[in-house]
Structures are given as structure tokens and as C-alpha cells.
Ligand binder design. Structure first.
Ligand code: GAR
Length: 202
């Protein structure tokens, strides 16, 4: 089996979509082996419980540095034999402790067409700017903020009268399809990275 850890801080709709895709056999031989969550009270924790997926929960304030809790996370990832780390609404920057250890095996989903609107609140940023098309990006994670090589993007038109709430729904609907598909490419060993160029093999 190909073992996946999902990092999430909040609602967990992407976590749920990935877990359901795995259960439905849509990720091939992959399984969601672990949830990592920095907010023990987040809704995603209840989802993991209902799905029977082990969770590692921590509070950053209990550690003296980001590196300190990331070293504990790496121990957890190694203990669970994790092959791929999937960030899904994990609202923290990673340090080299995780980024270097999981180089080429660490991806994120972001609710804009990067490099437009990196960082927090991408949906509000896009609507405030007045763009007519935005979307979703899945990318490799490096130490920057949403700067790693792009794996896949999906565009979503912004209708007139769109609100952050209505557009967030459209984004989530696209994410639910796109993220499991990209993860299945990894499970099948089809993703190649050379410099910033990502290609998906047969
Ligand atoms: C998703 O829309 C994801 O793209 C976004 O957080 C949401 C999490 O939703 N991520 C970021 O903004 C990262 N900068 P979820 O908890 O329901 O999966």
C-alpha cells in the first residue's frame, strides 16, 4: 500500500473527499494512514474519528519552536510509514524539518490560480481584486508561501454577484474532484518533477 498523511487545520472537506476516494478504490492501492492536525478542536478531527483514521493532534504553543513540533510530526510520519504528505487546509508554513525530509513527496491545494493570490484568504483576495476567473492549484510544497512547482490547476469563472461564500462553495466542489485525482497520480507513480516542470506520465 501507498500510505498518505493529510495535514489539516479546519473543516476537513478535502480530507473527507480523499478518505472517501480511497475507500471507493479511486486512489488505487493508496490509503489515508494518518491525519495531522494543529487544532484539536477542529471539525476535521471528528471526521477522522468517524472514518476510523488515526490522528496526531498537537498544539503549537506546547512546543518551543516550529522545528520542535515538526520533528515530532516527522517521527509520526515515519512510524506510520508515510509515502506522501498532503496538505489540505493546513494553515501553517512548514520548515526544512518536514520540507527536506519529504522533498518531492509533499503537496498542497490552494484556492486560487497561483502565482496569483498566495497566502491566506485567497478567495477574498481574488474577489476584492475583481478578477473574472480564479480557481484551484495543486502544487509541490517548498519553504515559501505557495511557491512550489505547479502540478495541476482548474479554472473557475467568477460570476457577477458572486460572494466569498458562493465562490468558496464552487472552489470546494472543484477541490473535491481535483485533489483525489492528483493523489491517484502520485499513488500510480506518474508524477515527474524536473526543475519547476511537472509532467504526468502514462
Ligand atoms: C481549502 O479550500 C483549501 O484550498 C484552502 O483551505 C480550504 C480548506 O478546506 N487552503 C488554503 O487556503 C491554503 N492557503 P477544508 O478544510 O474543508 O478542506
Amino acid at each position: 500500500v501507498y500510505r498518505i498523511a493529510v495535514f489539516a487545520s479546519g473543516e476537513g472537506s478535502n480530507f473527507q473527499a480523499l478518505a472517501e476516494a480511497a475507500d471507493a478504490g479511486k486512489l488505487g492501492k493508496a490509503e489515508i494512514a494518518l491525519l495531522v492536525c494543529d487544532k484539536p478542536s477542529a471539525p476535521v478531527v471528528g471526521r477522522a474519528g468517524r472514518l476510523g483514521i488515526p490522528a496526531f493532534l498537537f498544539q503549537p504553543k506546547d512546543y518551543e519552536s516550529r522545528e520542535a513540533y515538526e520533528r515530532v510530526i516527522v517521527e509520526q510520519l515515519e512510524a506510520h510509514g508515510v509515502d506522501l504528505v498532503v496538505l489540505a487546509g493546513y494553515m501553517r508554513l512548514l520548515t526544512p524539518v518536514i520540507v527536506e525530509k519529504f522533498s518531492r513527496r509533499l503537496i498542497n491545494i490552494h484556492p486560487s490560480l497561483l502565482p496569483a493570490f498566495p497566502g491566506k484568504d485567497a478567495i477574498r483576495q481574488a474577489l476584492a481584486y475583481g478578477v473574472k476567473v480564479s480557481g484551484v492549484t495543486v502544487h509541490f510544497v517548498d519553504e515559501g508561501m505557495d511557491t512550489g512547482p505547479i502540478i495541476a490547476q482548474a479554472a473557475i469563472p467568477i460570476a457577477s454577484g458572486e460572494t466569498p461564500e458562493s465562490f468558496a462553495q464552487a472552489v470546494h466542489a472543484v477541490e473535491r474532484e481535483l485533489y483525489p485525482e492528483v493523489v491517484s497520480w502520485f499513488a500510480q507513480g506518474r508524477v515527474k518533477l524536473e526543475g519547476r516542470q511537472v509532467t504526468i506520465g502514462e
